[in-house]
Design a protein around this ligand. Structure first.
Ligand SMILES: Nc1ncnc2c1ncn2[C@@H]1O[C@H](COP(=O)(O)OP(=O)(O)O)[C@@H](O)[C@H]1O
Ligand SMILES: [Mg+2]
Length: 364
C-alpha cells in the first residue's frame, strides 16, 4: 500500500501567516518601537535583525502576547490578536536561556507540554520519537539534561517547541550561547524543520550572517524603526540606506566621499537624478586590485593587511584620510605603505543621500 509520507505531527494545525501593523511600544515616555509594519506568509521564515537594544526582543514579546502593545495591530492568519492572551495565540517560543527540568529525562522534557495537555501516551511517544529523530536526539532520550552538552540541551529546547504542534514559533537568539560550529549545524536544522514541518518562524538575531543564511525575509531594525524589510538578497544587493549598507556584510560596505573617487563621466543614474550631497557605497568584496579599467577607481595608501585565508583585507587610506577596506582574492598582495589603485563596476556602486542616508535608486 502506498501511503503519502506523514509529514504532520498528530493534529498539527496548518501554518499561519503573521502581520504586524503600525505597531508601537513605549516604556514610560520612551518609545522603543515606532510604527513597525511587516508581514510573512504561512510557512515563511522571517528574521528580526538589528544591533543590541534596537527593539527585537520587545517586538517578539508583543507578538507572543507576553507584553502589551502601545498601539497598532498583530494579526495571526488575518485575525487581530492584539488583545488576546498569550496562551490563546497558539504559538511556541524558544529563548536564549532555555530552561530544561533538571530532574526529568530528555524524553520527559520534550514531552512535558504534551503530557500537561493530556495527549495520550501512544501518540505522545510517537511524536517524541519522530521529533527526536529529526533533531538527532534519539540516543539521548533517557539521559538527564546535566549529561548533555550545551548544544544538545538547546536542541532539546527546540524539540520541545516543535512537538508542541504550534503553527507559529518565535525564537529569540536561540543559538547565541553555542560555539560557532554548532551554531552553523543547528541553524540549518532549524531552517529545514521550518520547511519540512511548514511551521511559520519568527527568529531574532543580531548576527547578520545568521539572518542572511536562514531567512526568507529579513526585517532590519534600527532604534525601534524598520531600516529595511526584504529578502536577504534585497538587503545585500540593494541596501535601502547607509544603516543597512553598514550593518549587512563583513566587512561592511565602504561609504566613500565622491572626492576620493575617480568617477566615470556617466554615473549610471536616471536622467533626472541630480546628485548634490551624496556618498558612494561599495562592498569590499566587489572591489578589485589592480583596477584594470574599472568604471570607478580609488587611489590610496596601504595601511595594513589582514590575511583571512580566502581573501586578504587591504586597509587603505584615501586622499582625504578616509579608511577603506578591500577584500582582495588574489595572491598578489601589495606591501604596507605602497600606493595602490583599486576599482569597481557600475553594478557594484550604491549612491546614498548625505542628508538622510537613503539610497538613491539607479537605473534598472
Ligand atoms: N521592561 C522594560 N522597561 C523599560 N525599558 C525596556 C524594557 N524592556 C526593554 N526596554 C528597552 O527597550 C529597548 C529595546 O530593548 P530590546 O527589545 O530588549 O532590544 P534587543 O532585543 O534588540 O536587544 C532598550 O532600550 C531597552 O532598554
Ligand atoms: Mg534581545
Amino acid at each position: 500500500m502506498n501511503k503519502p509520507a506523514d509529514t504532520s505531527f498528530g493534529n498539527a494545525t496548518a501554518a499561519v501567516s503573521l502581520e504586524v501593523r503600525n505597531l508601537r511600544k513605549s516604556w514610560g515616555k520612551t518609545e522603543v518601537l515606532s510604527d513597525v509594519s511587516f508581514r510573512i506568509g504561512a510557512g515563511g521564515f522571517l528574521t528580526l535583525l538589528g544591533p543590541s537594544g534596537c527593539g527585537k526582543s520587545t517586538l517578539l514579546r508583543l507578538i507572543s502576547g507576553l507584553d502589551e502593545t502601545s498601539g497598532g495591530q498583530i494579526l495571526i492568519d488575518g485575525r487581530d490578536v492584539s488583545k488576546v492572551s498569550a496562551a490563546d495565540r497558539n504559538l511556541g517560543m524558544v529563548f536564549q536561556n532555555y530552561a530544561l527540568f533538571p530532574h526529568l529525562t530528555i524524553e520527559e522534557n520534550i514531552g512535558y507540554g504534551l503530557k500537561i495537555r493530556k495527549v495520550d501516551k501512544t501518540r505522545r511517544d510517537k511524536t517524541i520519537a519522530r521529533v527526536s529523530d529529526l533533531m538527532g536526539l534519539g540516543p539521548l532520550l533517557q539521559r538527564k539534561p546535566s549529561q548533555l552538552s550545551g548544544g544538545q540541551q538547546q536542541r532539546v529546547a527546540l524539540a520541545r517547541v516543535l512537538v508542541s504542534e504550534r503553527p507559529l514559533v518565535l525564537m529569540d537568539e536561540p543559538l547565541s550561547n553555542l560555539d560557532a560550529k554548532l551554531r552553523t549545524e543547528i541553524r540549518s536544522e532549524i531552517r529545514s524543520l521550518n520547511k519540512t514541518l511548514g511551521i511559520t518562524v519568527i527568529y531574532v538575531t543580531h548576527d547578520q550572517s545568521e539572518a542572511l543564511s536562514m531567512s526568507d525575509e529579513v526585517v532590519l531594525l534600527n532604534a525601534g524603526k524598520i531600516a529595511q524589510w526584504g529578502t536577504p538578497r534585497d538587503l545585500y544587493e540593494s541596501p535601502a540606506n547607509t544603516f543597512s549598507a553598514s550593518f549587512i556584510g563583513t566587512p561592511p560596505t565602504n561609504l566613500l566621499e565622491p572626492a576620493d573617487v575617480a568617477l566615470p563621466e556617466n554615473l549610471g543614474l536616471d536622467g533626472g537624478t541630480a546628485l548634490t550631497d551624496y556618498l558612494i557605497g561599495v562592498r569590499p568584496e566587489t572591489m578589485c586590485f589592480p583596477a584594470d579599467g574599472a568604471a570607478f577607481t580609488l587611489t590610496g595608501r596601504v595601511l595594513s593587511l589582514e590575511y583571512e585565508g580566502n581573501v586578504t583585507l587591504l586597509h587603505l587610506e584615501a586622499a582625504s584620510g578616509a579608511k577603506v577596506i578591500v577584500a582582495h582574492g588574489g595572491h598578489d598582495v601589495p606591501a604596507p605603505g605602497a600606493e595602490v589603485t583599486v576599482g569597481w563596476s557600475h553594478e557594484a556602486t550604491h549612491f546614498f543621500s548625505k542628508k538622510d542616508g537613503a539610497a538613491i535608486r539607479r537605473k534598472t
